[in-house]
Design a protein around this ligand. Structure first.
Ligand SMILES: [Zn+2]
Length: 250
């Protein structure tokens, strides 16, 4: 009996190892043969990257003014850890930070960076973009995109996270008491453009609620330089709208 149990756990271990390996087999990047134009061919599970019709990012141009609920950022927790996963620098967030949009409630799960920005402003990329990734109880993802531009900045959250950006890849670092203050991370005006899109990285899953803030936030230019030094250029090209209409809060 004991032997059987040992054997069983070996099989479980092998299975888990197999899954990890399979997940790692399809390598993707932002250039060349594993770049964005090929993501859809690199794995069957990533076909939406090539054939999806509601993909992100997009060029945020003309949008229809609409009566949209305000974004209510009730962030009360902190970042627990940071990892440079070879594609981006991601901070994972402790439970307790909520985004309310009308009757919908999403928990802030993680935030990460792109240099240059993925969403364009009337055709132009910004030097950087912050993605605040939230999840509803039913699994729906809501991502808030914030353009980052160099300029004045008053310290706070960006200053704290600048100090802990990891150059080393694939290692998770614990971060202590990195409070996430929406007043630091977000511009004063929280007007936004809403559309339905996707993850901007494989597997490019659709059904993501996107809220792109129309006003950028100013951060120190050194922070943008450091991020792009660590991550390289990690922006997926803009995707066709395919008839999607952008809505602008007013
Ligand atoms: Zn992102």
């Amino acid at each position: 009996m004991r032997k059987l149990r040992q054997w069983t756990s070996l099989v479980v271990f092998a299975l888990v190892a197999g899954i990890v390996q399979a997940a790692e087999e399809a390598h993707w990047s932002y250039a060349g043969e594993t770049g964005p134009e090929h993501w859809g061919e690199l794995s069957e599970a990533w076909s939406l990257c090539g054939q999806g019709t509601q993909q992100s990012p997009i060029d945020v141009g003309p949008a229809v003014p609409a009566r949209l609920p305000p974004l209510d950022f009730d962030y009360r927790s902190w970042a627990e850890s940071v990892v440079n996963n070879g594609h981006t620098v991601r901070f994972d967030v402790a439970p307790g930070s909520i985004l309310h949009v009308g009757v919908n409630r999403y928990r802030l799960v993680q935030f990460h960076f792109h240099t240059p920005s993925e969403h364009r402003r009337w055709g132009m990329p910004a030097p950087g973009e912050l993605h605040l990734v939230h999840k509803a109880q039913d699994g729906t993802l809501a991502v808030v995109g914030v353009w980052l531009v160099p300029g004045h900045w008053s310290g706070g959250t960006f200053s704290s996270l600048w100090g802990v950006l990891p150059g080393q890849e694939h290692r998770r670092f614990a971060v202590r008491a990195l409070r996430i203050d929406p007043d630091d991370l977000l511009p004063t005006r929280r007007d936004y453009v809403y559309y339905r899109g996707s993850l901007t990285t494989p597997p490019c899953t659709e059904g993501v609620e996107w809220f792109v803030l129309t006003e950028p936030v100013e951060v120190p230019s050194g922070l943008l330089l450091r991020l792009s030094e660590i991550m390289g250029a990690n922006a997926r090209p803009v995707q066709p709208l395919n008839g999607r209409i952008l809505l602008r809060s007013r």
